[in-house]
Design a protein around this ligand. Sequence first.
Ligand code: KG4
Length: 336
Amino acid sequence: MKILSFESTCDETAVAIVEDGRKIITNQVFSQADLHAVYGGVVPEIASRSHVEAITLLTEKAFADANLKKEDIDAIAVSYAPGLIGAVLVGVNFAKSAAYALNIPLIPVHHIRGHIAANYLAYPELEPPFLCLAISGGNTLLVNVKDYTEMEILGSTRDDAAGECFDKTARVLGLPYPGGKPIDDLSQGGDSKKYTFPQSHIADNPYDFSFSGLKTSVINLVHNSKDGIDRASLAASFTKSVSDALTSRALLAIKNTEIKKLVIAGGVAANSMIRKDFENLANENGIELFIPPLKLCGDNAAMIGAQGYFEYLSGNFADISLNAYATMDINGSFNA
Ligand code: KG4
């Protein structure tokens, strides 16, 4: 079954065609990062306009790359929440029009479910149940993935997402947006033990995260430093602190649930220190670890097509009244 899928929740316009949830036929991504870099973060109005400009051309490019016709498509999947509302609406409206014109099913896909499903594309043998840590620019979630469309949220961030914390720290250091990769590069020559930052502990849910204290601590260190900062070591120490917060929660969940299969998802999963720390954690504790290749960590539409297939099998369809939502948790609740 071939699914044409769309992703436009933030600053990537993406169109893909995926077969049976596991095979990428084409995966086209247009990143707007350069448009927003000058402002130091995503400007929602610019994001929406850029999606409108790119989505038709990108869809044509996807069909040309796949060497397929529109009649070859069996269903349409679209990322409909959460995200910048104007941006999400572009993908949702385009997908609704396409499904209506082609008279084929429309499948709404939660963006984070898509990030998790990126792993089904990278690892054809991967099947639920497993634990998943989804770490992106807008979300930080620890999820018990009981089945392809049945998920229990164990923990989430109380304030900033992990990626947001990377972006804000990069800004303080004068690095470009998005800041995750520049911090990763800068940290390579640094000493991760040089600076010590606070670790958050949430009393009523040990699986929850909080990154705002870490962010403030970095800002204060930079602003109050009299003899200059060792920037590489600051980047490395900051990353280590994020990584410790992530690995400790994941290990606790593995011990408590006795699920020894761990999946990492989202843009921050591209971080080299975090990848290495999870590999060590897996080796030391006999955990089966799945981390997507770099090109499937960030936002893309192939992951939406992959999850779309499993939503289709579960009978999760939408009609022409489908709306876009800025906030929604992974199970469709609006209390997120
Ligand atoms: O998953 P994603 O592309 O978008 C969302 O769904 O939010 O994640 C984007 C986030 C940004 O905050 C970016 O700085 C971060 O992923 N990121 C990284 C790295 N590459 C991207 N963070 C740390 N290290 C990286 N190498």
